[in-house]
Design a protein around this ligand. Structure first.
Ligand SMILES: Nc1ncnc2c1ncn2[C@@H]1O[C@H](COP(=O)(O)OP(=O)(O)OP(=O)(O)O)[C@@H](O)[C@H]1O
Ligand SMILES: [Mg+2]
Length: 406
């Protein structure tokens, strides 16, 4: 069933965002309210200060609630990322007896359950499972097996796991404000859904969300998620490099980065100069802008190289005709596209923002929040209860309704 209003939370390393949206026949979703607050209490997907995280979450959710009719906010759809998150491919199989009978909803649940029967270390748990493809009697590429005749049903599922304590801390920070989790959604998946078209997901595409503390990577192919990674590095490292090397406050480094920064030093003219206020100095000192950009380039090149390694690790580099899509606040540095093009040879690269929204300094940092809302509203073919476990852990959704529009 389609929910009426969904409320999502993106717990970023630099900010916490709450967004409420509803389904819209024209645009897919209509954003009803969005609120962000700077927050340093969730670093790279893990809560580092429970009280502060709870306060930030409570504050953004309250502000969103004020913009909506009373009691519009239900349980929250929450994005999760970080290096404790892992994705693995699960395989499920179920014989259909008597052979050739019609496949039922129950068969689909059972085969997905089978694919989720993966033994995990005691400190980890499953947080999401996405059916990628069904096979009926070996025939690949089936998206909806219900009603088909067959003797054997198979499924390939993308199973997302995370560290139990990290997940419990997120749930705890949310519950301290009296809210509950509706479901946890992989952040790289959400960023992808926030900026990609269904056609790109069909063709094959990489989405790279360069945030403050994380660089989230998701590869989509044949209309579903094929690979994901959450690298513990982001644009805040660029800021700290600048503040360390130029001996400035973090605020001055951030200003220099966002005002004069660029990911490729060679595109900056040699004669350009910027004023840098160093700590303990009475007046700003001039610095060649190119030197500033060399510092930035070195860190951004490291990020791009790590992304290339992940794309190679996925083994999907030859299946990405829709190229590389950059988003996230960190992708707003000029020439980032060019740097990624140089690093990820043979891939076309472009930077995108989700649907334009007013009231925030930039919307590239909103890709995850918009994607969470689209996931909750447009991936409504919920297969539940698939796991037999209570609560949000029960829910299994595919991207099929999103990519097919049905
Ligand atoms: N105009 C800009 N130019 C360059 N960098 C920018 C710009 N705007 C924002 N940033 C950088 O983007 C980063 C924040 O991006 P974003 O909002 O996507 O991160 P986040 O979602 O809070 O963190 P994460 O996803 O890593 O947990 C900051 O490091 C900030 O300096
Ligand atoms: Mg983010």
């Amino acid at each position: 069933m389609k929910p009426e209003i969904v409320t999502v939370l993106d717990l970023g390393s630099t900010k916490v965002t709450c967004l409420a949206a509803t389904a819209d026949t024209q645009e897919g979703i209509q954003v009803l309210a969005v609120e962000s607050t700077p927050c340093r209490a969730i670093q790279r997907g893990s809560v580092t200060d429970l009280d502060e995280a709870a306060r930030a979450i409570d504050s953004v959710v309250r502000r969103v609630a004020q913009a909506l009719p009373p009691d519009s906010i239900g349980n929250l759809v929450v994005g999760v990322g970080g290096s404790h998150i892992e994705g693995l491919n699960g395989q499920g199989m179920k014989p259909i007896v008597p052979r050739g009978r019609h496949i039922t909803y129950q068969d689909v649940l059972e085969v997905i359950n089978h694919s989720r029967a993966i033994v995990l270390p005691p400190d980890r748990e499953q947080i999401q499972a996405l059916p990628r493809e069904f096979r009926v009697d070996g025939e690949r590429g089936v998206r909806n097996a219900i009603g088909m005749s067959g003797a054997k049903l198979e499924v390939e599922t993308y199973v997302v796991t995370g560290q139990t304590t990290a997940i419990q801390n997120i749930e705890r920070a949310i519950s301290m404000g009296g809210r509950k989790v509706d479901q946890l959604v992989l952040q790289p998946l959400a960023s992808g859904i926030g900026v990609l078209t269904p056609e790109e997901m069909e063709l094959g595409v990489v989405v790279v969300d360069i945030g403050g503390g994380l660089t989230n990577i998701a590869i989509f192919s044949k209309g579903s998620l094929a690979f994901s990674a959450s690298l513990p590095i982001g644009s805040r490292y660029v800021t700290s490099d600048l503040s360390n090397l130029l001996k400035t406050t973090p605020e001055e480094a951030e200003r220099l980065k966002t005002t004069y920064g660029c990911s490729l030093a060679k595109v900056v003219a040699e004669r350009e100069s910027v004023d840098v206020q160093q700590i303990g100095q009475p007046v700003p000192r001039p610095l060649q802008r190119r030197v500033l950009c060399e510092i930035i380039e070195s860190r951004m090149r490291e990020i791009a190289t790590m992304v290339r390694q992940q794309v190679e690790k996925s083994g999907l580099q030859a299946m990405l005709p829709a190229g590389v899509v950059l988003t996230g606040g960190g992708a707003l540095l000029p020439a980032t596209e060019k740097l990624f093009e140089e690093t990820l040879k043979h891939q076309k690269v472009r930077t995108v923002e989700p649907i334009p929204l007013s009231g925030l300094p930039t919307s590239a940092g909103l890709a995850t929040a918009v994607g969470l809302a689209r996931f909750a509203l447009e991936c409504y073919d919920e297969l539940s209860p698939a796991s037999g476990v209570q609560g949000w852990r029960d829910k299994v959704r595919s991207l099929f309704s999103l990519v097919t529009g049905k």
